[in-house]
Design a protein around this ligand. Sequence first.
Ligand code: F6P
Length: 545
Amino acid sequence: MAPATPSRRGEIWQTLASLKSACSKQPLKQRFAEHADRSTQFSTELGALFIDYSKQHIDSDIAKALHALALDAGLPEKLNAMRSGALCNNTEQRSANYAALRTWAHSQHSSDPAIHTMYENMAAISAGLRSGELCGCTGKPYSHIVNIGIGGSDFGPRLFTEALKESAEAAFECRFLANIDPSCANEALADLPAESTLFIVASKSFGTQETLANAAAAKRWLEQALPGQDIGRHFIAITANPDAAAKLGVAPDLTLAVPSWVGGRFSVWSGFGLIVAANYGWPCFSEVLLGGAEVDEHMASSSLESNLPATLALLDVWYRNSWNISSHAILPYCNRLKQLPDYLQQLFMESAGKTVDRSGHALPQQSGGVIWGSEGTNGQHSFHQLLHQGSDIIPCDFIAALKNSGKALDQQQALLANCFAQSLALMQGKSAKEVEQELLRDGFSPDEAAQLAKHKAMPGNRPSTTILMDELSPRALGNLIALYEYRLICASFIWDINPFDQWGVELGKQLSHQLLGSLRGNTDSDTTPDSSTAQLIERARRANS
Ligand code: F6P
């Protein structure tokens, strides 16, 4: 066996550290002034997306060092292994070949019978719901669908349902019920026509407390509204645990089985997208899959240097580890993508919030940071102040659809002008000197101008990427979500963490079950270990007694 090549990791990080120091002497503004072709050098197209990352701290030396880091981490080999179905999710002994899902849309065929059966059933159920063949217990076709699920069983379907509103005609009024807060079930169920309402209970495990409690609330509501009727027909289950769905009374022909290797936050491509396929039709859902498959092809066929998700992931890793940046903002300037920050928050934070590598060794560096954001222009009147003048540098992703169904062109142009102005302002900033000159021209005294300039100066040199699409089509949506998925996976592979498990959420779930017993006055389960938690429980007990 040939000896393994020794890692050059330490040396590469040292190179990156000196390149980082050099960045402070070469502001982005100056890089643009010196290199007329910078924007073309660091922009690319991927499917229906145009991605401009020239406002990032990158040049050919930085790109070279980052690509060396990826090679040293074995990124190409790890991606190949994932594609060939290796058990990348090593703590759960599961594969993570999401390309195998999207590929199905090319030929309506998969070598994996579980994938094939899932899509065939999904297509048949969505067609049945749309035609009215699958209908409520009194024979009325469904008019309303409520998706009951949380986390990955909610964010993806919710994002896609909102994002595709202008791509195809909606067949149903769709609602989403996730939180266990009883006011959410009340709100979701309010004014629903019971005879024509379908509940999709979406839970990979079919053991999630919130989802089961909300499904039980929906069942009680239906029993009350349709006494003596076969309300079981009003429930469809999507799950990797069909036995648990059967135990709760969901009929086998209304249970859509999803392979157990499909993780919640990656599951919108699978049967968990049922509400989307039913609402907008199979061709529309298929287009989203094909958009994802285009990114799979890019990943499989491009060199590391031209691999866009890998390059964006490397920038994330560089900022996290060389710049000590722990936060990243997602700013869609397209209201139909307003759920995107929530979706990506789960995708990135549940995947990369780890402190040990795949083998369980403590990581030598930090892994994933905080992902957050909201839609522009709303955010400009809120947290953008901190993006521009706050003490932390927060890289931003601006995402915009250029066309908006041809409606109100003047407003659409203003939306885009704001989007582009934000990345420009973050990048170029404004020096105190420039501000002072302006104030003097406006008639301020030299003292006033000097004083006010300190407050009005903008540091600039703050990095961002802009992702544009002509319109928010199903294809563009598939491109976008797969791009982010691979970006997260590449960053995780470089950190050598397993992005496909989420053990950190378990302790809280376990303790909540124990504390629920205490809240309900069950002294056996009173395992409260500290006086703070005890007093909180006591107050809750008193308030509800
Ligand atoms: O609590 C975290 C989590 O397990 C997520 O990973 C998942 O998306 C969500 O809960 C819902 O899980 P399920 O689909 O099994 O109900």
